[in-house]
Design a binder for this molecule. Structure first.
Ligand SMILES: Cc1cc2nc3c(=O)[nH]c(=O)nc-3n(C[C@H](O)[C@H](O)[C@H](O)COP(=O)(O)OP(=O)(O)OC[C@H]3O[C@@H](n4cnc5c(N)ncnc54)[C@H](O)[C@@H]3O)c2cc1C
Length: 464
């Protein structure tokens, strides 16, 4: 690499050496395809790597990692770029978007998932066999990043637990360039660490994950006008108190800007969006949501029986790339005083640069610790509070300050940890792992990545 006008630029010979070993594409900052290759879902998370390998095969990943190791280059891994991390330059970025194969073994209820597959790819295929993986709210999120980050499913999580606990095996290229098939039987310690440590220990090229039988759900979204927000938050705290594991509920306070891209119903006003998913009967679900129904007429209501393939309509998360920052905290409890603080936040969000603040119910199977539990710090969390601010950098800078204040207001009930998948750009390994797990992860890091080559675009676990 050489320095040119403050940018780290690889020499031609260097690029040729790498290019010769890769069947996918290699980009440098001067190439026409570079901007598209580094672009992720979050438009504020554009790293400036010196080299990009858009891998199309496992052999590409091995060659790229071996090249980085030989040249002592830091490595970052990106699938879709949904999660923000500190920005970096001059490193080697491996993108996995092209490795998006998914195979379903219906007899075993198992999916083999390529590194670049998105949540929607698996759900779509698994549904042909009446099955579904543990997945999140958004269909565009990368399945491997989601699952290795713990994987909190607002559909199946309270029934079956964390997605990371349902990985059967992992194919990974470790920082020494070796391709390993890792499971609880073959390499239990690395298997444990990858299911939370993600790209700290290499590039995962394939996951084998469990699938669960489900073909429909009773649920959807209910929008309530600003005047009902306090009643909605109070009803939420009542509804979740009696919820069976098959019932999941969250409330998002939406403060969307008055722009044409936003549906008129939600444009430029505060709205409470209740999200409900029930895996039992319609009647049982209606009984459970009675406190919401008692509030009075809603602005819109899609709650009903839906085919499982329509899961993405429940949260209705944005499908197009956008600039945003996020911040969150996990809570152990939601007493009346915490609800008061949420109500206060609902007042403060109006006219602020914060776009949404969501409180999600956890618990159920998410609170259990299976015998081969992965390093998830938030098993004691009963709620997750997550906020997001969309817009250009100056708006987002102001938004993240307000968001932090809102989250701090809930500090008395905070677990002290952040759920890995909901961590913001400034969260570090100390926030997403318990101290005990982090010690153990560091020992693993010393074994598999003693030079800490894999230190970009992750919650870096330093070997020291
Ligand atoms: C709208 C929206 C809704 C969401 N809803 C949920 C939800 O309901 N539940 C939930 O748990 N999360 C949710 N998330 C968070 C999401 O799961 C995380 O942002 C997750 O990290 C995204 O993974 P990715 O691979 O798409 O993103 P990336 O930013 O590409 O990757 C995220 C991390 O995973 C690592 N990684 C990716 N691929 C590999 C690989 N092959 N090998 C090793 N490491 C890899 C990356 O290095 C990075 O550290 C949501 C996010 C958004 C934006």
């Amino acid at each position: 690499m050489t320095e040119n006008q403050g940018r780290t630029v690889p020499t031609e010979a260097y690029v040729t050496e790498l290019d010769d070993r890769i069947t996918g594409s290699v980009f440098t900052p001067d190439d026409a395809g570079y901007s598209a290759a580094v672009a992720g879902f979050n438009l504020l998370s554009q790293h400036r790597p010196g080299l990009v390998v858009a891998a199309s095969t496992t052999a590409d990943v091995q060659a790229a990692v071996a090249f980085a190791a030989a040249h002592d280059l830091p490595v970052g891994v990106m699938a879709t770029g949904h999660q923000p991390f500190p920005l970096a330059d001059g490193f080697l970025l491996i993108t996995t978007g092209e490795m998006d194969a998914v195979e379903i073994d219906a007899d075993r209820s198992v999916a083999r998932v390529g590194a670049g597959a998105r949540v929607s790819d698996i759900v779509e295929l698994a549904q042909t066999a009446g099955l579904a993986p543990l997945h999140g709210a958004s269909p565009t999120v990368g399945a491997v990043g989601f699952t290795l980050g713990g994987g909190l499913s607002p559909f199946l999580g309270r029934t079956h637990g964390w997605a990371a606990d349902h990985i059967l095996s992992i194919e990974v290229v470790t920082p020494d360039g070796v391709l390993r098939r890792v499971s609880a039987e073959t390499e239990p310690e690395l298997f444990w660490g990858l299911r939370g440590g993600r790209s700290n220990f290499g590039v995962v090229t394939e996951l084998e994950i469990e699938l669960f039988p489900v073909t429909s759900f009773y649920g959807g979204g209910i929008h309530y006008a600003a005047g009902d927000v306090e009643a909605v938050l109070r009803a939420f705290s009542e509804v979740v108190r009696n919820a069976p594991d098959g019932f999941t509920c969250s409330v998002a306070l939406l403060n969307l800007p008055p722009i044409p891209e936003v549906p008129e119903l939600l444009r430029g006003r505060l709205v409470a969006h209740v999200r409900v998913v029930h895996l039992g009967s319609d009647e049982e679900a209606e009984k459970l949501i009675a406190p919401f129904r008692a509030i009075g007429p809603a602005v819109s209501d899609t709650v009903g029986r839906h085919p499982y393939s329509e899961f993405d309509a429940v949260h209705a998360d944005p499908a197009d790339p956008a600039p945003y920052e996020e911040h969150s905290t996990a809570l152990t409890d939601l007493p009346a005083e915490a609800v008061d603080r949420l109500v206060e936040n609902a007042r403060l969000i109006v006219g602020s640069p914060v776009t949404a603040l969501e409180i999600r119910h956890l618990g159920g199977a998410l609170a259990k610790r299976p015998s081969a539990a992965s390093p998830i710090a938030a098993r004691d969390a009963v709620f997750n509070v997550w906020g997001v601010t969309f817009g250009p950098p100056e708006v987002v800078d102001a938004g993240i300050t307000v968001l932090r204040e809102m989250v701090e207001r809930l500090e008395p009930w905070a677990t002290g940890h952040t759920i890995t998948n909901f961590a913001g750009r400034d969260d570090r390994a100390e926030q997403v792992f318990t101290a005990e797990d982090l010690d153990r992860l560091r020992r693993l890091k010393r074994q598999y990545d003693p030079r800490n080559l894999f230190r970009v675009n992750n919650h870096n676990i330093t070997p020291e």
